[in-house]
Design a protein around this ligand. Structure first.
Ligand SMILES: Cc1cc2nc3c(=O)[nH]c(=O)nc-3n(C[C@H](O)[C@H](O)[C@H](O)COP(=O)(O)OP(=O)(O)OC[C@H]3O[C@@H](n4cnc5c(N)ncnc54)[C@H](O)[C@@H]3O)c2cc1C
Length: 446
């Protein structure tokens, strides 16, 4: 069964008069926009959140649900170390069951290359004071029960956790709405009005909202919005596939990567399953144009990407022809993408899962889905208030691991837009790094 996403969180009312003014306007009701709205509304600011489609209709409800500090670029680790304590109290704070479990994150090395990369990452963990440690086979067996096959060793962070993406962004939105934030679904942001170089209003499909503060949290479409402001963002989208199994006997409370599988076993025994860390790239003209940004990493990490020259390219060419997509719709097109899961992943992942854990011999894939992951060339997001446009903050490009960062990024966006300074150093996430020669090569682009 393939999941489509008729997720109507129901926090918007068609009768709600459209506001003429807000302290802060947010484009995008993914986990970043919803978490920012929650923390801003809690500070007493008036907030309007606009989504061209619906609350948490894209990446934020389609993620696997790993909430990990482990294995990240070192610049992201302090943010994740601040995000974990937020996650740990979030169910209580929002009064929602988010399926939070702090069972750790385990990577298992089967080859020397993996093992060497674990050793290297231990340096990051030590520098940052993280509780990551390497495990021998016996220790691995105490974290995952009944794993077959070889293991040179494991990398394990006990303080990592997991949560359910279909719940988290919607929970933030619900509580933000209770605190006074207004959400408008099916209402795209078309542009930003400026006065003396600073944000003066946000132009939407339902009219203009006067404001001096605008947050661009538009996921994989952020580059389009930023282009209207004269800002270039080298952002592209790839397709990630995820599966869910029937409820199965418990094998681990930890999230798990190894033997070509990603496993997150939920409290009811069902497993969110990923076939390796591989994503599909449906080539478009945009991808070809962006090769200058991505080529070095695409080549060095080519085992993670499966390239397709398929209907996506033809559609892209057709959509660019005059008159095919009305000019007013171009910025929002496609309004509500429904990427299809790669059908090869489910049988492959299921066979690997059954072989790796004989106790899971009755596993079946009951659901599969895909999401468009927004990637940047250096594998880390842009979280920045660039000086070119006063009052603009950007939070985008989370490269397949932003779900976990949602709470802390929401909090930082609230700090920035409530007249203060962010409580964490965000210099690594500046937009300008792509143009001033300070961009670093990533450990992993995803
Ligand atoms: C298959 C998959 C697995 C993943 N697994 C994990 C994981 O295990 N752990 C993890 O940490 N991360 C994971 N991620 C990544 C994570 O889901 C994303 O990094 C995160 O959800 C990004 O949130 P966002 O709010 O930036 O974007 P999104 O959730 O994509 O939200 C952006 C929103 O902006 C709206 N929008 C776009 N343009 C406009 C406009 N002009 N006007 C108004 N609205 C607009 C869109 O409709 C959308 O709702 C995964 C992603 C995928 C797809």
């Amino acid at each position: 069964m393939t999941t489509t996403y008729p997720l109507h969180a129901g926090f918007t009312s068609p009768d709600q008069p459209f506001p003429r003014y807000a302290d802060v306007v947010i484009a995008g009701a993914g986990i970043m926009g919803c978490a920012a709205a929650y923390y801003l509304a809690r500070r007493g600011l008036t907030v309007v959140v606009l989504d061209k489609s619906r609350i948490a209709g894209q990446q934020s409800s389609r993620a696997w649900g790993f909430v990990r500090q482990q294995g990240r670029e070192s610049a992201e680790v302090p943010l994740m170390m601040a995000s974990i304590p937020l996650w740990a109290t979030l169910e209580r704070e929002l009064d929602f069951d988010l399926e939070w479990r702090q069972g750790g994150c385990l990577y298992v090395a089967t080859g020397e290359e993996d093992w060497a990369s674990f050793q290297q990452w231990m340096d990051v963990a030590r520098q940052q004071g993280l509780d990551t440690r390497t495990l021998d086979r016996k220790q691995i067996d105490s974290v995952v029960m009944g794993m077959q096959g070889p293991a040179l060793g494991g990398l394990y962070t006990p303080s990592d956790g997991q949560a359910e993406p279909r719940r988290a962004a919607a929970a933030f939105a619900a509580r933000a709405a209770q605190a006074g934030a207004l959400f408008f679904e099916g209402c795209g942001v078309l542009g930003v009005e400026r006065a003396a170089g600073a944000v003066a209003g946000v132009v939407t499909e339902r009219g203009t909202v006067r404001t001096s503060r605008f947050i661009c949290a538009a996921g994989a479409s952020s580059w389009r919005l930023l282009k209207t402001l004269g800002l270039e963002l080298p952002q592209q989208a790839v397709r990630g596939t995820c599966m869910r199994t029937n409820p199965l006997p418990p094998v681990t409370a930890s999230t798990f990567w190894g033997h070509g599988l990603g496993v997150r076993q939920r409290a009811n025994g069902a497993i969110n399953l990923a076939d390796d860390m591989q994503v599909d790239v449906d080539m478009t003209l945009g991808h070809f144009r962006a090769l200058k940004w991505f080529l070095p990493e695409l080549w060095s990490q080519r085992e993670k990407f499966s390239f397709h020259l398929n209907g996506a390219c033809l559609r892209d060419v057709r959509d660019r022809l005059p008159g095919v997509v009305p000019a007013a719709e171009r910025l929002l097109h496609p309004r509500d993408p429904h990427p299809q899961p790669n059908p090869r992943h489910a049988p492959r992942a299921l066979a690997k899962l059954r072989a790796l854990f004989p106790a899971l011999k009755d596993a079946q894939v009951v659901e599969s889905w895909a999401g468009l992951i927004d990637v940047l060339p250096d594998g880390i997001p842009v979280i920045d208030a660039p000086p070119q446009v006063g009052g603009l903050t950007i939070a985008t490009g989370f490269c397949g691991h932003g779900f976990a960062m949602g709470p802390i990024v929401g909090k930082l966006l609230a700090e920035i837009n409530d007249g203060g300074k962010p409580s964490l150093d965000l210099s690594a996430f500046r937009l300008q790094r792509f143009f001033d020669g300070t961009m670093q090569r990533p450990r992993s682009m995803l």
